[in-house]
Design a protein around this ligand. Structure first.
Ligand code: ZN
Length: 134
């Protein structure tokens, strides 16, 4: 199988609910998303998928939806506060852990019909979580 990987770097804030530890408080990360696509055969251009197209689809979405936003679980009281202040945020069903953010990106890539194998979400340079759907 052929595989290609694209990295996307972005900044985000979050906090975790029902959690005791430093991540229970609002704070930020320089996150890195590694997107791995795979295919048994190459297309007419000799590619699994064009890096530029991955950037156009995924990077653009990350820029608009996640970059420089507070990522919060639905029901977090901070959502209302940020909304009232007109500040950017992104709401999700799960606690915004590296694991659930990896799944979020994976599901988005899948919804855009990318031949996605795996998403690795780096919360820091030494801590990552992966989601592969199987
Ligand atoms: Zn954190």
């Amino acid at each position: 199988m052929y595989k290609v990987t694209k990295e996307i770097h972005f900044c985000y804030g979050h906090r975790l609910l029902d959690y005791e530890g430093r991540c229970a408080h609002p704070h930020g990360h320089n996150g890195k998303i590694e997107i791995e696509l795979g295919a048994e055969t190459l297309d007419g251009r000799g590619m699994v998928y064009d890096f530029g197209d991955i950037k156009e689809i995924i990077h653009k979405w990350v820029d608009h939806q996640l970059d420089h936003r507070m990522i919060l679980r639905k029901g977090d009281p901070l959502v209302k506060a940020l909304k009232d202040l007109g500040e950017p945020y992104f709401e999700m069903e799960e606690n915004p852990t590296a694991e659930s953010l990896a799944r979020l990106v994976y599901d988005y890539a899948k919804s855009k019909k990318l031949p996605i194998n795996k998403v690795i979400f780096w919360e820091t340079t030494s801590s990552s979580a992966a989601y592969s759907g199987c």
